[in-house]
Design a protein around this ligand. Sequence first.
Ligand code: FES
Ligand SMILES: [Fe+2]
Length: 384
Amino acid sequence: MQMEEQPLLAALQSYLDLPLERIRTFEPGHYTSGEFYDLEVEHIWKKQWINVGHVSEVRKPGDYFSIDLIGEPMMIVRGKDMQIRALSTVCRHRYMLVAMDKESGNKNSFRCPYHHWTYATDGKLVSATYMEGHEEFDASKVCLPQFRIEIWNDLIWVNLDDAAEPLAPRLSALNDLFSVYSCGDDWDMTNLYDKVWPGNWKNFTENNMEGYHHMGLHKNTLETYSPTRNTANVTYGEWWTRYQVLYDMDLEPARDLIAQSNWQPGDMHQDEPCLDILMVHPGNAFVIYPGGAGFYALWPTAVDEVRYRAGSVRPGDMERFDPDGEAYDSFRALDEDGESMPHIARGVQSSRAAAGYLTWMEEPILRWMQWISRRILEGETAKQ
Ligand code: FES
Ligand SMILES: [Fe+2]
């Protein structure tokens, strides 16, 4: 790290024991510095489990979707053997991609567009022409490389670190709750959302960690049924945070949503209807609500750009929400967040920007800042 970036690293120390009564954001430079971002990639993004989707996207053999995850082009594919793999899409011939970013569909095999080397759904090379005469080439030994993958409650997670500890034990306290995501074939995933937004990933993640902004950014959507004032029940563990925003049943949109979802007390592990918002560090977000459950996969593509890939699972026979009722469109709320991020990205770059004080409602942000600070400080210490 350059000399001028050392203060950013030193500042992390101050978050480790920061009490809730003195909670404040990261420094502007933590969101804008390319060198600091490189440390985040090295110590966090290349080491942690990243939720990239849900198994309902790859139900049948040959189903796949492709993503670019922290510089690694890959596809999530269900093989003919029903195994789900995270295969590198980099052709073993001359580096072309056998599936482009954001592709999805169903294929019997993956043929490289460059010279037509063809790979099976498990990544093995099945054909390559004109290779006779090469002394070292052995088709049976050529395969698209794999990344670590774990399916936890039907959510698909990838880790770029081959030596990473398994995910499930870290989240055992949440296992029952997350069983709503492994809902079987009669649940559908609807409304896949996949966008790239300008902004630093931490500003996006912070946004997912509080209901304080419902009354602002979401005054016409979320605030009409799960208002800021109903933020409650902040809890956290080493790897996650959780908070709820209770529905206000005095509000008509809240009553409509409950009626449309056929929710009964106890469904979705809720005695009182609410948005139950779970964050798994570094930036994996999940919202469980009456009648459905959403995943909000997020990872940086650069210091100032974020990939946001979200979807929700709902009972297949559930009546779709009123298409005219914008207030009920959860992806409208995602766009409300996304559209505000470029402005925040400009704000943190100002010479007058400074770390701000936070509310008690933003406690999940504090727990996550402490987790990030620990990861980076320990990672840097281990290098010395
Ligand atoms: S690069 Fe894929 S076949 Fe040549
Ligand atoms: Fe939001």
